[in-house]
Design a protein around this ligand. Structure first.
Ligand SMILES: Cc1ncc(COP(=O)(O)O)c(C=O)c1O
Length: 474
Protein backbone atom coordinates (compact mmCIF):
# COMPACT_ATOMS: atom_id res chain seq x y z
CA UNK A 1 0.00 0.00 0.00
CA UNK A 2 1.33 3.46 -0.90
CA UNK A 3 1.96 6.20 1.66
CA UNK A 4 -1.02 8.07 0.22
CA UNK A 5 -3.32 5.08 0.59
CA UNK A 6 -2.12 4.49 4.17
CA UNK A 7 -2.83 8.09 5.10
CA UNK A 8 -6.24 8.17 3.41
CA UNK A 9 -7.22 5.05 5.32
CA UNK A 10 -6.34 6.72 8.62
CA UNK A 11 -8.16 9.89 7.54
CA UNK A 12 -11.32 7.97 6.72
CA UNK A 13 -11.31 6.45 10.18
CA UNK A 14 -10.04 9.20 12.49
CA UNK A 15 -10.76 12.58 10.92
CA UNK A 16 -14.15 14.20 11.36
CA UNK A 17 -15.91 14.55 8.06
CA UNK A 18 -17.76 17.59 9.41
CA UNK A 19 -15.39 19.98 7.65
CA UNK A 20 -15.26 20.48 3.88
CA UNK A 21 -12.60 17.97 2.80
CA UNK A 22 -15.14 15.46 1.52
CA UNK A 23 -16.88 17.97 -0.72
CA UNK A 24 -14.76 16.51 -3.54
CA UNK A 25 -14.42 12.84 -4.35
CA UNK A 26 -10.78 13.31 -5.39
CA UNK A 27 -8.64 13.43 -2.24
CA UNK A 28 -5.00 14.30 -2.38
CA UNK A 29 -2.33 14.86 0.23
CA UNK A 30 -0.09 17.88 -0.13
CA UNK A 31 3.24 18.34 1.51
CA UNK A 32 4.91 21.39 -0.04
CA UNK A 33 3.99 24.85 -1.29
CA UNK A 34 5.88 27.55 -3.16
CA UNK A 35 4.64 30.73 -4.84
CA UNK A 36 1.59 29.81 -6.88
CA UNK A 37 2.16 26.04 -6.65
CA UNK A 38 1.27 23.20 -4.30
CA UNK A 39 3.04 19.81 -4.45
CA UNK A 40 1.50 16.51 -3.45
CA UNK A 41 3.31 13.66 -1.73
CA UNK A 42 4.15 12.16 -5.13
CA UNK A 43 5.89 15.44 -6.06
CA UNK A 44 3.25 16.43 -8.64
CA UNK A 45 2.97 20.20 -9.14
CA UNK A 46 -0.47 21.82 -8.93
CA UNK A 47 -1.07 25.34 -10.17
CA UNK A 48 -3.28 26.84 -7.49
CA UNK A 49 -6.01 29.20 -8.64
CA UNK A 50 -7.63 29.59 -5.23
CA UNK A 51 -4.72 30.36 -2.84
CA UNK A 52 -6.39 29.05 0.29
CA UNK A 53 -9.67 30.82 -0.51
CA UNK A 54 -7.71 34.03 -0.92
CA UNK A 55 -5.91 33.71 2.42
CA UNK A 56 -2.50 33.55 0.73
CA UNK A 57 -2.74 36.48 -1.69
CA UNK A 58 0.99 37.13 -1.48
CA UNK A 59 2.06 33.65 -2.56
CA UNK A 60 2.85 30.50 -0.62
CA UNK A 61 6.00 30.64 1.47
CA UNK A 62 6.45 34.34 0.76
CA UNK A 63 10.06 34.77 1.96
CA UNK A 64 9.60 38.21 3.50
CA UNK A 65 6.49 37.24 5.46
CA UNK A 66 7.92 33.89 6.51
CA UNK A 67 11.06 35.62 7.80
CA UNK A 68 8.97 37.98 9.93
CA UNK A 69 7.26 34.98 11.49
CA UNK A 70 10.57 33.23 12.13
CA UNK A 71 11.99 36.35 13.81
CA UNK A 72 8.94 36.57 16.04
CA UNK A 73 9.16 32.87 16.98
CA UNK A 74 12.67 33.46 18.23
CA UNK A 75 11.81 36.62 20.19
CA UNK A 76 8.23 36.75 21.52
CA UNK A 77 6.29 33.74 20.26
CA UNK A 78 3.63 33.66 22.94
CA UNK A 79 1.82 36.27 24.98
CA UNK A 80 -1.56 36.19 26.67
CA UNK A 81 -3.95 38.52 24.91
CA UNK A 82 -4.47 40.67 28.02
CA UNK A 83 -0.87 41.95 27.75
CA UNK A 84 0.47 44.36 25.18
CA UNK A 85 3.16 43.86 22.58
CA UNK A 86 4.56 46.23 20.00
CA UNK A 87 3.31 44.44 16.88
CA UNK A 88 -0.32 44.55 18.00
CA UNK A 89 -0.20 48.29 18.62
CA UNK A 90 1.65 49.11 15.40
CA UNK A 91 -0.67 46.91 13.36
CA UNK A 92 -3.83 48.46 14.81
CA UNK A 93 -2.38 51.92 14.16
CA UNK A 94 -1.48 51.06 10.56
CA UNK A 95 -4.93 49.67 9.80
CA UNK A 96 -6.80 52.52 11.48
CA UNK A 97 -4.60 55.19 9.88
CA UNK A 98 -5.06 53.58 6.50
CA UNK A 99 -8.86 53.52 6.83
CA UNK A 100 -8.78 57.14 8.04
CA UNK A 101 -6.67 58.20 5.07
CA UNK A 102 -8.92 56.39 2.60
CA UNK A 103 -12.32 57.31 4.00
CA UNK A 104 -11.60 60.32 6.22
CA UNK A 105 -13.10 58.62 9.28
CA UNK A 106 -11.53 57.90 12.66
CA UNK A 107 -11.85 54.49 14.25
CA UNK A 108 -10.20 51.66 16.14
CA UNK A 109 -9.22 48.08 15.46
CA UNK A 110 -10.26 45.06 17.52
CA UNK A 111 -8.48 41.74 16.90
CA UNK A 112 -9.71 38.18 16.85
CA UNK A 113 -8.55 34.88 15.37
CA UNK A 114 -10.69 33.59 12.47
CA UNK A 115 -13.05 35.34 10.08
CA UNK A 116 -16.23 34.06 11.71
CA UNK A 117 -15.05 35.17 15.15
CA UNK A 118 -14.39 38.68 13.81
CA UNK A 119 -17.94 38.66 12.47
CA UNK A 120 -19.18 37.61 15.92
CA UNK A 121 -17.37 40.59 17.43
CA UNK A 122 -18.91 42.89 14.84
CA UNK A 123 -22.37 41.56 15.74
CA UNK A 124 -21.68 42.56 19.34
CA UNK A 125 -20.70 46.07 18.26
CA UNK A 126 -23.90 46.33 16.23
CA UNK A 127 -26.08 45.05 19.08
CA UNK A 128 -24.33 47.25 21.61
CA UNK A 129 -24.81 50.36 19.52
CA UNK A 130 -28.27 49.80 18.05
CA UNK A 131 -29.76 47.53 20.75
CA UNK A 132 -31.09 45.46 17.85
CA UNK A 133 -30.25 41.86 17.13
CA UNK A 134 -31.59 41.59 13.61
CA UNK A 135 -29.63 42.30 10.44
CA UNK A 136 -30.07 42.42 6.72
CA UNK A 137 -27.70 40.30 4.69
CA UNK A 138 -27.50 39.08 1.11
CA UNK A 139 -28.78 35.99 -0.57
CA UNK A 140 -25.59 34.18 -1.52
CA UNK A 141 -23.66 35.97 1.24
CA UNK A 142 -21.18 34.06 3.38
CA UNK A 143 -19.84 35.25 6.72
CA UNK A 144 -18.68 32.05 8.43
CA UNK A 145 -20.12 29.11 10.32
CA UNK A 146 -20.23 29.95 13.99
CA UNK A 147 -23.80 30.30 15.20
CA UNK A 148 -23.88 34.09 14.89
CA UNK A 149 -22.22 34.12 11.48
CA UNK A 150 -24.51 31.31 10.27
CA UNK A 151 -27.51 33.47 11.17
CA UNK A 152 -26.43 36.11 8.66
CA UNK A 153 -25.18 33.62 6.04
CA UNK A 154 -27.94 32.84 3.61
CA UNK A 155 -27.62 29.04 3.23
CA UNK A 156 -30.20 27.29 5.38
CA UNK A 157 -28.05 24.17 4.89
CA UNK A 158 -25.61 25.58 7.46
CA UNK A 159 -28.39 26.07 10.05
CA UNK A 160 -30.66 23.16 9.29
CA UNK A 161 -29.39 20.72 11.89
CA UNK A 162 -28.71 23.26 14.61
CA UNK A 163 -32.08 24.34 15.93
CA UNK A 164 -33.94 27.60 15.65
CA UNK A 165 -32.11 30.81 14.73
CA UNK A 166 -34.30 33.57 16.14
CA UNK A 167 -31.92 36.22 14.84
CA UNK A 168 -31.73 34.89 11.30
CA UNK A 169 -31.10 37.76 8.88
CA UNK A 170 -33.54 39.05 6.31
CA UNK A 171 -31.84 38.07 3.08
CA UNK A 172 -31.97 40.58 0.25
CA UNK A 173 -31.12 39.67 -3.38
CA UNK A 174 -27.55 40.56 -4.32
CA UNK A 175 -27.16 42.43 -7.62
CA UNK A 176 -26.30 39.56 -9.96
CA UNK A 177 -26.42 40.96 -13.46
CA UNK A 178 -25.63 37.74 -15.33
CA UNK A 179 -28.71 36.00 -13.93
CA UNK A 180 -31.12 38.83 -13.18
CA UNK A 181 -30.54 42.06 -15.02
CA UNK A 182 -32.99 43.08 -17.73
CA UNK A 183 -30.86 46.15 -18.38
CA UNK A 184 -28.05 46.58 -20.85
CA UNK A 185 -26.38 49.15 -18.62
CA UNK A 186 -25.16 48.04 -15.19
CA UNK A 187 -25.86 51.49 -13.74
CA UNK A 188 -29.56 51.13 -14.47
CA UNK A 189 -29.56 47.69 -12.86
CA UNK A 190 -27.77 49.11 -9.80
CA UNK A 191 -30.43 51.81 -9.43
CA UNK A 192 -33.20 49.25 -9.80
CA UNK A 193 -31.69 47.05 -7.05
CA UNK A 194 -31.46 50.05 -4.69
CA UNK A 195 -35.10 51.00 -5.47
CA UNK A 196 -36.23 47.45 -4.74
CA UNK A 197 -34.59 47.62 -1.33
CA UNK A 198 -35.88 51.11 -0.62
CA UNK A 199 -39.42 50.00 -1.35
CA UNK A 200 -39.29 47.79 1.75
CA UNK A 201 -39.40 50.95 3.83
CA UNK A 202 -42.42 52.45 2.06
CA UNK A 203 -45.06 50.81 4.17
CA UNK A 204 -45.19 49.07 7.54
CA UNK A 205 -46.56 45.96 5.82
CA UNK A 206 -43.17 45.04 4.38
CA UNK A 207 -42.18 44.23 7.95
CA UNK A 208 -38.95 46.19 8.03
CA UNK A 209 -39.63 49.64 9.49
CA UNK A 210 -42.29 51.81 11.03
CA UNK A 211 -42.70 54.70 8.59
CA UNK A 212 -44.45 56.75 11.33
CA UNK A 213 -41.47 56.67 13.69
CA UNK A 214 -38.79 56.10 11.05
CA UNK A 215 -37.50 53.25 13.20
CA UNK A 216 -36.14 50.13 11.49
CA UNK A 217 -36.22 46.72 13.16
CA UNK A 218 -32.79 45.87 11.73
CA UNK A 219 -29.51 47.15 13.18
CA UNK A 220 -27.11 46.45 10.33
CA UNK A 221 -26.69 45.33 6.75
CA UNK A 222 -23.83 42.84 6.24
CA UNK A 223 -22.33 43.17 2.81
CA UNK A 224 -19.56 41.65 0.74
CA UNK A 225 -18.38 44.24 -1.84
CA UNK A 226 -17.74 41.36 -4.24
CA UNK A 227 -19.66 38.27 -3.24
CA UNK A 228 -17.07 35.57 -2.45
CA UNK A 229 -18.53 32.14 -1.80
CA UNK A 230 -21.61 33.33 -3.70
CA UNK A 231 -19.52 33.17 -6.87
CA UNK A 232 -17.28 36.26 -7.17
CA UNK A 233 -20.18 38.39 -8.29
CA UNK A 234 -19.26 42.01 -9.00
CA UNK A 235 -22.18 44.38 -8.39
CA UNK A 236 -22.77 47.62 -10.33
CA UNK A 237 -20.46 50.43 -9.16
CA UNK A 238 -23.35 52.66 -8.06
CA UNK A 239 -25.11 50.04 -5.95
CA UNK A 240 -23.53 50.32 -2.50
CA UNK A 241 -23.56 54.12 -2.40
CA UNK A 242 -27.30 54.04 -3.21
CA UNK A 243 -27.86 51.37 -0.58
CA UNK A 244 -25.96 53.33 2.07
CA UNK A 245 -28.19 56.37 1.56
CA UNK A 246 -31.23 54.25 2.42
CA UNK A 247 -29.49 52.67 5.42
CA UNK A 248 -28.36 56.03 6.80
CA UNK A 249 -31.91 57.35 6.71
CA UNK A 250 -32.94 54.55 9.10
CA UNK A 251 -29.75 54.40 11.20
CA UNK A 252 -28.87 50.95 9.92
CA UNK A 253 -25.10 50.28 10.04
CA UNK A 254 -23.26 49.00 7.00
CA UNK A 255 -20.85 46.20 7.92
CA UNK A 256 -18.35 45.57 5.15
CA UNK A 257 -17.02 42.00 5.20
CA UNK A 258 -13.59 42.19 3.54
CA UNK A 259 -12.43 38.85 4.87
CA UNK A 260 -12.11 37.35 1.40
CA UNK A 261 -11.86 40.40 -0.87
CA UNK A 262 -9.56 42.62 1.18
CA UNK A 263 -5.78 43.04 0.82
CA UNK A 264 -5.66 43.84 -2.88
CA UNK A 265 -7.57 40.81 -4.14
CA UNK A 266 -9.69 43.17 -6.28
CA UNK A 267 -6.91 45.64 -7.08
CA UNK A 268 -7.58 47.92 -4.09
CA UNK A 269 -6.56 47.49 -0.46
CA UNK A 270 -10.25 47.10 0.42
CA UNK A 271 -12.75 46.02 -2.21
CA UNK A 272 -15.29 48.57 -0.99
CA UNK A 273 -12.96 51.31 -2.26
CA UNK A 274 -14.32 50.60 -5.75
CA UNK A 275 -17.80 51.69 -4.69
CA UNK A 276 -17.56 55.25 -3.38
CA UNK A 277 -19.04 54.52 0.02
CA UNK A 278 -17.84 54.63 3.64
CA UNK A 279 -18.81 51.60 5.73
CA UNK A 280 -19.43 51.82 9.49
CA UNK A 281 -17.63 48.59 10.37
CA UNK A 282 -15.07 46.59 8.37
CA UNK A 283 -14.20 42.94 9.06
CA UNK A 284 -10.92 41.46 7.85
CA UNK A 285 -9.01 38.18 8.14
CA UNK A 286 -7.47 35.62 5.76
CA UNK A 287 -4.69 37.41 3.83
CA UNK A 288 -3.99 39.82 6.66
CA UNK A 289 -1.28 37.30 7.65
CA UNK A 290 -0.99 35.67 4.20
CA UNK A 291 -2.49 32.59 5.86
CA UNK A 292 0.32 32.31 8.41
CA UNK A 293 -0.66 32.37 12.07
CA UNK A 294 -4.37 33.22 11.91
CA UNK A 295 -5.47 36.69 12.83
CA UNK A 296 -8.65 38.55 12.06
CA UNK A 297 -10.33 41.66 13.29
CA UNK A 298 -12.68 44.53 12.80
CA UNK A 299 -12.32 48.24 12.33
CA UNK A 300 -15.23 50.34 13.59
CA UNK A 301 -15.99 54.03 13.64
CA UNK A 302 -14.89 55.66 16.88
CA UNK A 303 -18.46 56.26 18.06
CA UNK A 304 -19.17 52.51 17.88
CA UNK A 305 -16.01 51.22 19.49
CA UNK A 306 -14.57 53.90 21.80
CA UNK A 307 -13.74 52.55 25.27
CA UNK A 308 -16.70 54.49 26.61
CA UNK A 309 -19.18 52.39 24.66
CA UNK A 310 -17.22 49.16 24.11
CA UNK A 311 -15.36 48.74 27.40
CA UNK A 312 -12.70 46.17 28.38
CA UNK A 313 -13.91 42.59 28.32
CA UNK A 314 -16.62 43.15 25.69
CA UNK A 315 -15.08 40.20 23.83
CA UNK A 316 -12.18 37.87 24.55
CA UNK A 317 -10.33 35.05 22.91
CA UNK A 318 -7.13 33.43 24.20
CA UNK A 319 -5.50 33.71 20.79
CA UNK A 320 -6.77 37.11 19.67
CA UNK A 321 -3.87 39.45 18.81
CA UNK A 322 -1.45 36.52 19.15
CA UNK A 323 2.13 37.75 18.58
CA UNK A 324 2.88 35.43 15.65
CA UNK A 325 -0.25 36.62 13.86
CA UNK A 326 0.35 40.30 14.54
CA UNK A 327 4.00 40.00 13.43
CA UNK A 328 2.99 38.35 10.15
CA UNK A 329 0.21 40.90 9.66
CA UNK A 330 2.44 43.86 10.40
CA UNK A 331 4.92 42.62 7.81
CA UNK A 332 2.05 42.09 5.33
CA UNK A 333 1.05 45.72 5.83
CA UNK A 334 4.66 46.88 5.36
CA UNK A 335 4.99 44.73 2.24
CA UNK A 336 1.80 46.28 0.85
CA UNK A 337 3.10 49.78 1.60
CA UNK A 338 6.48 49.07 0.00
CA UNK A 339 4.97 47.41 -3.11
CA UNK A 340 1.78 49.47 -3.26
CA UNK A 341 2.46 50.79 -6.78
CA UNK A 342 3.00 47.23 -7.99
CA UNK A 343 -0.32 45.99 -6.58
CA UNK A 344 -2.23 49.05 -7.81
CA UNK A 345 -0.89 48.62 -11.31
CA UNK A 346 -0.40 44.87 -11.72
CA UNK A 347 -3.48 43.38 -10.05
CA UNK A 348 -5.93 45.14 -12.42
CA UNK A 349 -3.58 44.51 -15.36
CA UNK A 350 -3.11 40.79 -14.67
CA UNK A 351 -6.81 40.46 -13.90
CA UNK A 352 -7.75 42.06 -17.21
CA UNK A 353 -5.31 39.79 -19.06
CA UNK A 354 -6.68 36.67 -17.31
CA UNK A 355 -10.28 37.68 -18.07
CA UNK A 356 -9.44 38.46 -21.71
CA UNK A 357 -7.85 35.01 -22.16
CA UNK A 358 -10.86 33.35 -20.51
CA UNK A 359 -13.22 35.33 -22.73
CA UNK A 360 -11.37 34.01 -25.76
CA UNK A 361 -11.89 30.48 -24.48
CA UNK A 362 -15.56 31.33 -23.84
CA UNK A 363 -16.02 31.96 -27.58
CA UNK A 364 -14.93 28.37 -28.22
CA UNK A 365 -16.85 26.87 -25.29
CA UNK A 366 -20.32 28.34 -24.70
CA UNK A 367 -20.55 26.23 -21.53
CA UNK A 368 -18.47 29.03 -19.98
CA UNK A 369 -21.65 31.05 -19.49
CA UNK A 370 -20.16 34.07 -17.72
CA UNK A 371 -16.63 35.35 -17.30
CA UNK A 372 -16.14 38.44 -15.18
CA UNK A 373 -13.88 39.80 -12.50
CA UNK A 374 -12.55 42.65 -10.44
CA UNK A 375 -8.77 42.67 -10.16
CA UNK A 376 -7.70 39.09 -9.54
CA UNK A 377 -11.09 37.96 -8.20
CA UNK A 378 -12.37 36.21 -11.30
CA UNK A 379 -15.52 34.18 -11.98
CA UNK A 380 -16.22 31.56 -14.61
CA UNK A 381 -19.81 30.37 -14.44
CA UNK A 382 -20.21 26.92 -15.98
CA UNK A 383 -23.44 26.26 -17.83
CA UNK A 384 -25.04 23.91 -20.32
CA UNK A 385 -24.48 24.63 -23.97
CA UNK A 386 -27.19 27.33 -23.88
CA UNK A 387 -24.64 29.35 -21.88
CA UNK A 388 -27.12 29.95 -19.06
CA UNK A 389 -28.52 26.81 -17.40
CA UNK A 390 -26.21 26.02 -14.46
CA UNK A 391 -24.02 22.96 -15.01
CA UNK A 392 -22.86 21.62 -11.68
CA UNK A 393 -22.06 18.20 -13.11
CA UNK A 394 -19.43 19.66 -15.42
CA UNK A 395 -18.08 21.92 -12.67
CA UNK A 396 -17.62 18.98 -10.29
CA UNK A 397 -16.04 16.82 -12.98
CA UNK A 398 -13.56 19.57 -13.84
CA UNK A 399 -12.67 20.16 -10.20
CA UNK A 400 -11.90 16.47 -9.69
CA UNK A 401 -9.95 16.20 -12.95
CA UNK A 402 -7.80 19.18 -11.91
CA UNK A 403 -7.22 17.63 -8.48
CA UNK A 404 -6.28 14.23 -9.92
CA UNK A 405 -2.87 15.60 -10.85
CA UNK A 406 -2.92 13.76 -14.17
CA UNK A 407 -2.92 16.69 -16.58
CA UNK A 408 -0.44 16.71 -19.44
CA UNK A 409 -0.29 20.36 -20.51
CA UNK A 410 3.27 21.55 -21.06
CA UNK A 411 4.56 18.00 -21.39
CA UNK A 412 4.75 17.45 -17.65
CA UNK A 413 2.39 15.78 -15.20
CA UNK A 414 0.48 18.50 -13.39
CA UNK A 415 -2.65 19.38 -11.45
CA UNK A 416 -4.91 22.41 -11.33
CA UNK A 417 -6.60 23.59 -8.16
CA UNK A 418 -9.96 25.20 -8.72
CA UNK A 419 -12.38 26.34 -6.07
CA UNK A 420 -16.11 26.27 -6.67
CA UNK A 421 -18.72 28.69 -5.40
CA UNK A 422 -21.92 30.18 -6.71
CA UNK A 423 -25.61 29.78 -6.01
CA UNK A 424 -25.72 26.61 -8.13
CA UNK A 425 -22.21 25.45 -7.21
CA UNK A 426 -21.26 26.02 -10.81
CA UNK A 427 -18.85 28.95 -10.59
CA UNK A 428 -15.08 28.67 -10.56
CA UNK A 429 -13.96 31.39 -8.20
CA UNK A 430 -10.43 32.10 -9.35
CA UNK A 431 -8.16 33.81 -6.84
CA UNK A 432 -4.56 33.37 -8.01
CA UNK A 433 -1.54 34.77 -6.22
CA UNK A 434 -1.29 38.54 -6.67
CA UNK A 435 2.23 37.91 -8.00
CA UNK A 436 1.05 35.66 -10.84
CA UNK A 437 2.89 36.43 -14.10
CA UNK A 438 1.52 36.50 -17.64
CA UNK A 439 3.21 33.25 -18.63
CA UNK A 440 1.68 31.58 -15.57
CA UNK A 441 -1.73 32.89 -16.60
CA UNK A 442 -1.08 31.35 -20.03
CA UNK A 443 -0.28 28.04 -18.34
CA UNK A 444 -3.44 28.36 -16.21
CA UNK A 445 -5.50 28.89 -19.35
CA UNK A 446 -4.00 25.82 -21.05
CA UNK A 447 -4.59 23.70 -17.95
CA UNK A 448 -8.14 25.04 -17.65
CA UNK A 449 -8.81 24.13 -21.27
CA UNK A 450 -7.45 20.61 -20.76
CA UNK A 451 -9.63 20.17 -17.67
CA UNK A 452 -12.62 21.59 -19.53
CA UNK A 453 -12.22 19.27 -22.49
CA UNK A 454 -11.83 16.24 -20.24
CA UNK A 455 -14.81 17.38 -18.17
CA UNK A 456 -16.95 17.80 -21.27
CA UNK A 457 -15.98 14.34 -22.49
CA UNK A 458 -16.89 12.86 -19.11
CA UNK A 459 -20.30 14.42 -18.51
CA UNK A 460 -23.65 13.93 -20.15
CA UNK A 461 -24.38 17.62 -20.66
CA UNK A 462 -20.92 18.10 -22.03
CA UNK A 463 -21.50 15.37 -24.58
CA UNK A 464 -24.70 17.09 -25.56
CA UNK A 465 -22.59 20.18 -26.14
CA UNK A 466 -20.62 18.17 -28.77
CA UNK A 467 -17.12 19.48 -28.63
CA UNK A 468 -15.65 16.46 -30.34
CA UNK A 469 -14.06 18.69 -32.95
CA UNK A 470 -12.02 20.57 -30.39
CA UNK A 471 -8.48 19.26 -30.20
CA UNK A 472 -6.50 18.98 -26.99
CA UNK A 473 -3.99 21.73 -26.44
CA UNK A 474 -1.25 19.36 -25.25
C1 LIG B 1 -16.56 36.92 3.16
C2 LIG B 1 -16.21 35.95 4.24
N1 LIG B 1 -16.55 36.22 5.51
C3 LIG B 1 -16.26 35.39 6.52
C4 LIG B 1 -15.60 34.20 6.29
C5 LIG B 1 -15.31 33.28 7.43
O1 LIG B 1 -13.94 33.24 7.70
P1 LIG B 1 -13.31 32.00 8.46
O2 LIG B 1 -13.44 30.82 7.56
O3 LIG B 1 -11.89 32.41 8.72
O4 LIG B 1 -14.09 31.83 9.73
C6 LIG B 1 -15.23 33.87 4.99
C7 LIG B 1 -14.56 32.61 4.69
O5 LIG B 1 -14.47 32.14 3.59
C8 LIG B 1 -15.55 34.77 3.93
O6 LIG B 1 -15.23 34.50 2.66
Amino acid sequence: MSRKEDLLKLEAKYCSWGDTVHYTSQLDIFNRAEGIYLYDIRGVEYLDLQMWYSAANFGYKNPRLNEALKRQIDRLPQLASKYLHEEKILLAAKLAQRVEKTFGVKGRVHFSVGGASAIEDSLKIVRNHTKKNLAFAFMGGYHGRTLGASAITSSYRYRERFGHFSDRALFIPYPYAFRHSRHKKLEAYGRECVSDFKRLFDTEYHGVANPKTGNCEFGAFYIEPVQGTGGYIVPPRNYFSGLKKVLDRYNVLMVDDEIQMGFYRTGKFLAIEHFNVVPDIIAFGKSLTNGLNPLSGIWAKEGLISPKVFPPGSTHSTFSSNPLGTAAALETMRLIEDDEEYFKREVPKKGAYFVSRLKKLQKKYPVMGDVDGLGLAIRVEMCRKDGFTPNRELTDAMTNIGLSGNLKTGGKRRGLILDVGGYYKNVFTLAPSLYIQEKEIDLAIDLFEEVLQKGIAKTSHGKAASFSSVSMSA
